[in-house]
Write a new protein. Structure first.
Length: 308
């Protein structure tokens, strides 16, 4: 599988690719210029081939949440070559059958390039990680087929083939985490603002039942809309133990603040505040329960081993 086809940009699309006696050819379509171009990387520019493992998770809808993941073993081909500017760049391929792997071994001989193998799992490693930290990969010269990945076999264990995650991986993850946190803060602000105006203009006109509680529909509104949002954010983020308590307080403030401000333009009976307090306490119990539910650790063997 040619992984270059899955890394097209908005302006540059790889239409197809093939190998010739001279090297590797890509047919590229440039959207801005509306033209096709054939790009050849000759064999003599390919200085090194790295054969690594690629452990691909197998779909298993019947598997229980706490059971171990099952991975199908494939071979990851990483070709280091020199570009027009003499800088190193990389081609990525995935070999998923024994026949394809045998073809690759024949092709590597034609390249006359140094061949290496690594036990690391290179599944879904982007080019930027190779460009910045390729030299940090532990590898050894390829000598015989016993060093190659056992293609089509399956495994449940990542200990023998840990995931390669260089410093650039963690920087990228921190950047994504920062963007996600900014989005969550923005959504939280809009959620609080929405609850303030609901409490200011709508809650004062809600009806109370005989026991002094809000009717069924308003209770659903107060409970499920914030809960869905909060639980989703807990699942994505490694929140602190006090996160759910802070969220309860933050959501309670606009509710009571809006109801207090409503007294400026319409009578608000004291029973309304007690009913709102009951809703907040119910919300707090459910929210904190969902928070600790989201913190339940998955069985350790379900996590992929990593190597820094």
């Amino acid at each position: 599988m040619d992984l270059q086809k899955y890394k097209s940009t908005d302006n540059r699309v790889v239409m197809k690719s093939w190998w010739t006696d001279k090297g590797y050819v890509q047919k590229i379509y440039h959207k801005s210029e509306k033209k096709h171009e054939e790009h050849l990387i000759p064999f003599e520019n390919m200085g090194e081939v790295l054969i690594g493992h690629s452990l691909i998770p197998l779909p298993n809808p019947d598997r229980q949440w706490s059971s171990a993941d099952i991975y199908r073993i494939a071979a990851q081909m990483v070709i280091r070559y020199s570009g027009p500017d003499k800088d190193n760049d990389y081609l990525l391929f995935l070999s998923e059958t024994k026949e394809d792997l045998a073809n690759w071994l024949q092709r590597i001989k034609k390249m006359n390039a140094s061949a290496f193998v690594t036990t690391w799992d290179l599944y879904q490693v982007p080019k930027e990680d190779y460009r910045s930290h390729y030299k940090t990969i532990d590898k050894e010269p390829y000598m015989d087929e016993a060093q190659l990945p056992n293609v089509l076999d399956t495994t449940k264990d990542h200990q023998e083939h840990p995931v390669w995650q260089p410093p650039s991986f963690y920087k990228r993850r921190e950047r994504k985490q920062s963007i996600r946190e900014k989005r969550i803060k923005k959504l939280t602000f809009y959620l609080l603002l929405c609850h303030f105006f609901v409490s200011l203009f709508w809650v004062p006109f809600w009806s109370l039942d005989g026991e002094g509680y809000f009717s069924y529909i308003p209770t659903l509104y107060f409970s499920f809309i914030p809960l869905i949002y909060m639980f989703g954010s807990y699942m994505w983020d490694d929140s602190t133990p006090y996160r759910s308590l802070i969220d309860t307080l933050l959501l309670g403030l606009p509710w009571f603040g809006g109801l207090l401000c409503a007294k400026l333009y319409t009578p608000v009976p004291t029973e309304m505040f007690f009913a709102l307090y009951g809703n907040v306490m119910t919300f707090a119990v459910i929210l904190n329960g969902l928070f600790f539910l989201s913190r339940i650790p998955v069985v350790k063997k379900n996590k992929r081993s990593v190597t820094h």
